[in-house]
Design a protein around this ligand. Structure first.
Ligand SMILES: Nc1nc2c(ncn2[C@@H]2O[C@H](COP(=O)(O)OP(=O)(O)OP(=O)(O)O)[C@@H](O)[C@H]2O)c(=O)[nH]1
Length: 268
């Protein structure tokens, strides 16, 4: 549990309820209890207000940062060694691979909220690349939640880059795509799975924020729904989420459709 933070500050955050720990069912567990080996526990920091510019307005969403205890404790051990050697300036090397997921709470979610489980995409979400539809899907998800009376939750999966193959391999697949392969063929050429995303942590976070209640998932990918159902989230309604279609990503979207995404002719 987050101790490379000053222990006094950590205690203060715990006392304020801003640093909590969740079990695999999304339930709060005592932050002081030592973890059983192999037990899934997620640390959650927040809420942290973020003012966000939407297309026609401004909204403040509540951000939560989520990280597995197992990941933190590895960093923790190395951090204390570094500190002992006076190498604090190397902290950035240490923490950069830490997969910190996020939840944005948009509006005041009530019954049957919108939920988006968004896989991170540096090129689309941050650089605004139109080779995929990720950036517009991310922006539109927040805007749709803000406009919806039932509000919503955006779960941003930091370790999902390139459908789970990571940024370096994704860069290589782009070069293969430019030589003629489609998205999935390019993954296979590298000997990598079509899709290796793990939705365990997304399911835990949804269980924590939404509980076992019904929600509407913004997605065109039926496999994403099956993956979440596999973790016990049964009451999911699919809400189509098509946006950002351009000449640059038509081929990418056609490949997604042939892989099973629910996209109609008029969508793409
Ligand atoms: N391997 C690979 N990953 C890509 C490529 N383009 C985007 N991605 C990744 O694809 C992920 C998003 O997955 P998508 O298949 O676009 O969509 P989805 O999340 O399954 O489905 P929706 O919920 O409908 O958006 C992100 O992690 C992107 O980084 C690509 O050309 N190759």
């Amino acid at each position: 549990m987050f101790t490379y933070l000053n222990p006094e500050i950590r205690q203060r955050l715990i006392a304020e309820g801003k640093l909590v720990r969740l079990d695999a069912d999304g339930q709060l567990i005592d932050v002081h209890t030592p973890e059983a080996p192999g037990e899934l526990a997620i640390n959650l920091l927040g809420p942290i207000p973020l003012p966000i510019a939407l297309p026609s307005t401004q909204a403040t969403v509540q951000w939560y940062a989520a990280v597995r205890s197992t990941e933190l404790s590895q960093v923790e051990t190395l951090a204390s060694e570094l500190r002992a050697r006076g190498g604090q300036q190397l902290f950035s090397h240490l923490v950069s691979p830490l997969a910190v997921n996020s939840v944005l709470v948009v509006g005041n979610p009530t019954e049957n909220p919108l939920v988006r489980v968004h896989s991170n995409c540096l090129t689309g979400d941050v650089f605004g690349s139109q080779r995929c539809d990720c950036g517009p899907q991310l922006d539109a998800a927040i805007a749709r939640m803000h406009a919806d009376a039932a509000g919503g939750y955006l779960v941003y999966m930091a370790g999902h880059e390139g459908r789970g193959i990571g940024l370096w391999a994704k860069a290589a697949t782009y070069l293969l795509q430019d030589a003629g392969e489609d998205t999935y063929e390019a993954n296979r050429s590298l000997g990598l799975p079509d899709d290796s995303r793990d939705f365990t942590d997304a399911a835990v976070l949804i269980k924590h924020f939404v509980g076992a209640e019904a929600f509407r998932l913004l997605t065109n990918n039926p496999k994403k729904i099956e993956d979440l159902q596999h973790f016990g989230l049964r009451d999911i309604t699919q809400e189509k989420h098509v946006t950002g279609v351009s000449q640059w990503n038509k081929r990418y979207l056609h490949a997604k459709r042939s892989w099973g995404h629910k996209l109609d002719d008029e969508d793409i």
